[in-house]
Each structure stands twice: as C-alpha cells, then as structure tokens.
Design a protein around this ligand. Structure first.
Ligand code: SF4
Length: 445
C-alpha cells in the first residue's frame, strides 16, 4: 500500500508552487497525497521565514505532533523551504521530532531524503545555493483553471528587512522558451490563467544569454493560443517602469492588476529599508500607470514599526495609502530576521505600538477598499469563474481582471468560463453581482 503524505504550505505563492512540485515528485515515487494529517505516514511543512509569526506557527504545528511521534516512531516529519535553510541543523535541536530538512533550492532532493530518512536518523539538504533548472517530475497542480509558473528564483535586492536573498539565494531567470513551453502545456491541460512568479519579475532576463526582458516574456506568453489571462507577481517599484505599463496596456490577456509593494510612505524609512526609491518616485509611477492602464487595480504591502519609525513616518504611510487609494493592502508588523541587515538596528518600536499602527492601517484600507468597490457598482466586470462561493452554495466566485473577488448566482456549468458580471452591491473585500454574459454565448433570460 502506498504511503500517504500530508503537505502543508506556509507563506508566499512561490512556496505554493514549490509544494506542487514536491507533491508531483512524491506522487511519481508512489506516495499518495492526503488532506488529512491523521491518516498520513509522512507530514511535511513547506515553510516561510519572512516573519517571526510564520516561523512560530510552524514550530507550533510541529510540536503538536510530538506525542504522536512518540507513539508512532515510523511517522516521518519534514521541514522544507526557508526555515530549513535559515536554521539548518539547529532545527533538529529545537524540534527533535523532525526527521528531514530541505532548503528551497534542495526541493528536488525531497523524495531521496524521505527514502533515506527511513533508515538513517536525521537527514538534511540545505547545500544548494542555486536551484537547478530541471523540470519537476509529475507536474502536479492544485488548481484547475489557474496555475503558477515560476519565471525566476531568488532575489538580488537585499531590502534590509528581508530574509529572502539569504534563504532563496541570488536571482536566476528561467529561459523564455522553457516558460513558454510550460504555459503551452498548461493550456493544453485546460488551464485558462497563469500567474508568472518571481521575487522581482521586473528584473527577469538578467543573466540570460539571449537578452530578454519581462515585457518580452509577457508578449510571448500573451501570444500563446488558448490563454485567457496572465497575472504576475511581484514587482519591485524601482524596476517597474513604462515598458511594463505599456505591455499591460497593449497585451489583451494581461490582467489589469499590479501588486506594487510600497512598504512605507516615509523616505527616511524607505532609505533604511534599502528600497532604492522615494515616495515621490513611487507616486509618479502610479500616476503614469493609471494614465496608461485605466481601471488598473493596485495592491500593496506595508510594514509598520520598522526600527526608528516615528509618528511622522507612520503618518506619511497613512497619507500615502489615502493618496494612492489601493484596492487592497497587506499590512505587517516588523520583526527582525537575522541575518537580514535591519536586524542589526535596534527594534525600538514597542509591540503595542506596532499592533496599534497595524490595526489603524487595516481599518483605513477597509474604508478605502469599500469606497473603491462602491465605485464599481453598475459596471460590468470580466470574471474567471473559479469555484463555489464559500458563503453560499447557490453562488459561484471568481476575480475581476483587477483581482477583486466577485460572487454571483450561477451553477457549476460556468466553471472555468470567463463571464461578464454586472456589479450591484459590495463589501470591502468582495463584489456581488449578476452574470450578464457568458463569454461566447448569451445566457437565457
Ligand atoms: S525585492 Fe526586497 S523584499 Fe522582495 S524578495 Fe527581494 S529583498 Fe525581499
């Protein structure tokens, strides 16, 4: 009987894609993937180190398995991804129940490590600095209509708060042809939408022998027959510029959404973060983008409580959020992530203040999102029907081109279709409406 594996993913979309690859490789080796940890003989956590909170959750999850592991020493527990890379063997001391560790560039070793962990005590692979360009076996995908496609790995930016370059290594772009071939094979399998993934997609192509830029790649993917939608993330504001905005304006399959992490509205804090732009640089880009791509949906990331963030710095961030009026924002409390540079600066903003600033910005964004969504009432939005709404069995859900969730009465017959929905009401997070046209066919009145 095949062994069952439960694989839980923490963190970003790159981790989600890595987990798909790990699941594909394990299925090729005869393992079965299960959603139920209680019936699994192997439990793997694909982890995130971006914030202390993410690491604490993984630690808690592993410790919960302690008594089970004592009763069942055959159970195999693995910590994969950024935490394994960041802590290395130390994790075996902190979490004695863990049997195997593999860093983000060692994910291709997971089947082998798992096989070895049965006979040896503990196994670890965190040695690779770069991910080999090989294709994962199995090509497992957790979605049905929408798929992630890695276009590059790692990051060269060294924002002072960020652990990513330290655990995922330096930037390496995949060849354009490999990416295009992967997207074509996804379209052949019935996928409609791809999200191109990289820590900074705007520097895609650096180091490739044929000079290729991210707009070139978008154009190549846009030309693939059968593709309906192209999304991408993440863009670094210092590198997002007119050629990207032009591609977004001209390429009909590229969605009208840009995730552009601002992080702070204070130039002093942006400088300490090593972000290499000022707020006015950022605002100028947003204004140009809005001119070139009308109706663009904008989302962002904000960090509150960065060391030395004074009230006036926080107020600058608040004003920036009001001025830019994002569709959505992820707000995080700063936590030092050694060996990232900012961990050398005293973490001097008290936790209570971080919490209060965090809550204030979340409340502000809620108001802004609601106002922006209200502005869409009466409009018709193109939505890819992704699944059933979690709120009501009689409704389906999807996202607009600008990446706003939308629910509407419909049946599963529309799954995977691009439909037009007339918006008639909204909450801060979700538009509601009625399907007025299913692409290619009119609905019966
Ligand atoms: S761009 Fe900055 S924040 Fe983003 S992954 Fe690279 S170092 Fe981290």
């Amino acid at each position: 009987m095949s062994k069952k594996v439960f694989l839980r993913t923490f963190g970003c979309q790159m981790n989600e894609r890595d987990s798909e690859m790990i699941a594909g490789m394990l299925k090729e080796k005869g393992y079965e993937i299960t959603d139920d940890p209680d019936e699994a003989q192997v439990i793997l956590f694909n982890t995130c180190s971006v914030r202390q909170h993410a690491e604490d959750r993984v630690m808690g999850n592993v410790r919960q398995l302690r008594s089970r592991k004592k009763k069942d020493p055959e159970l195999r527990i693995g910590v994969l991804g950024c935490m394994a890379q960041r802590h290395g063997e130390m994790l075996f001391k902190e979490l004695p129940e863990v049997d195997l560790l593999a860093g983000p560039s060692n994910i291709y070793d997971v089947p082998d490590l798992l096989a070895r962990s049965v006979s040896s005590e503990k196994v670890i692979a965190v040695d690779k600095k770069k991910r080999p360009g090989k294709k994962a076996a199995g090509d497992h995908r957790s979605g049905v209509f929408s798929a992630f496609v890695n276009i590059m790995y790692g990051c060269d930016n060294f924002c002072s708060y960020c652990i990513v370059p330290h655990v995922r290594g330096r930037e390496v772009s995949r060849k354009k042809k490999d990416i295009v071939d992967e997207v074509k094979s996804l379209i052949d399998r019935g996928f409609k939408e791809v999200t191109l993934l990289g820590q900074n997609v705007n520097s895609y192509g650096k180091g490739l022998s044929s000079r290729t830029t991210f707009p070139d790649l978008l154009e190549a993917v846009n030309g693939i027959r059968g593709i309906e939608r192209i999304r991408f993330t993440t863009s670094h504001p210092k590198d997002a510029a007119k050629p990207l905005f032009r591609a977004m304006a001209e390429l009909d399959k590229v969605c009208t959404h840009l995730h552009l992490p601002l992080q702070s509205g204070s130039d002093k804090i942006l400088d300490l973060m090593n972000r290499k732009y000022t707020y006015s640089d950022y605002l100028g880009k947003v204004e140009l983008l809005r001119k070139m791509v009308p109706g663009i949906g904008l989302s962002t990331d904000i960090i509150v409580g960065f060391p030395s963030e004074k009230v006036r710095d926080f107020e600058a961030t608040r004003r920036a959020m009001e001025e830019i009026s994002y569709n959505s924002a992820f707000v995080f409390k700063y936590s030092p992530r050694p060996p990232a540079m900012s961990s050398c600066i005293v973490d001097d903003v008290p936790e209570e203040v971080k919490k209060q600033r965090n809550n204030e910005l979340l409340a502000l964004q809620k108001k802004i999102s609601l106002a922006n969504n209200r502005g869409l009432i009466g409009t018709e939005q193109e939505v890819l029907v992704e699944g059933k709404s979690r709120m009501s069995g009689a409704e389906m859900m999807g996202r607009t081109s600008a990446n706003i969730p939308c629910v509407f009465p419909a049946t599963e017959a529309l799954l995977g279709e691009l439909v037009w929905v007339r918006i008639d009401s909204t909450t801060p997070n979700t538009l509601k409406g009625k399907v007025v046209q299913a692409k290619g066919r009119r609905l019966a009145p």
